[in-house]
Design a protein around this ligand. Sequence first.
Ligand SMILES: [Zn+2]
Ligand SMILES: [Zn+2]
Length: 132
Amino acid sequence: MRRTGSCLCGQATFTAEALERLQACHCSMCRKWVGGPFMAVPCQQATFSGPVKRYASSEGFERGFCSECGSSLFFHPKGSGLHGIPIGLFDDQTGLPFKTEFFIDQKPGCYAFANETRQMTAAEFRETFRKG
Ligand SMILES: [Zn+2]
Ligand SMILES: [Zn+2]
């Protein structure tokens, strides 16, 4: 389903084909980037417009943000058709069940989600997504 959304100041906008699910990443980089667990909707065919800045956060990966208000806009494995877009940016946040938590072994002890999710460690994540 085609979904739309925007950043805090409203100048950066997107439309994307959302894979109808919500995921969280507890890795230290994501937590630095958004200030807590990164709760994202995996999307295909995402197009962004407005003051979008890209940051090469690690080899092969980039993260986009609004250069005006600083909102996190996407996490993108370069060369893939995928963008992880924060749930909070979406105009309509319904119909996106919380399915998976990544890097569960890097989650701080001070919080835990009550949702029943598939939880993957850093090693399991790399094992699953290394190929391709
Ligand atoms: Zn903005
Ligand atoms: Zn992460």
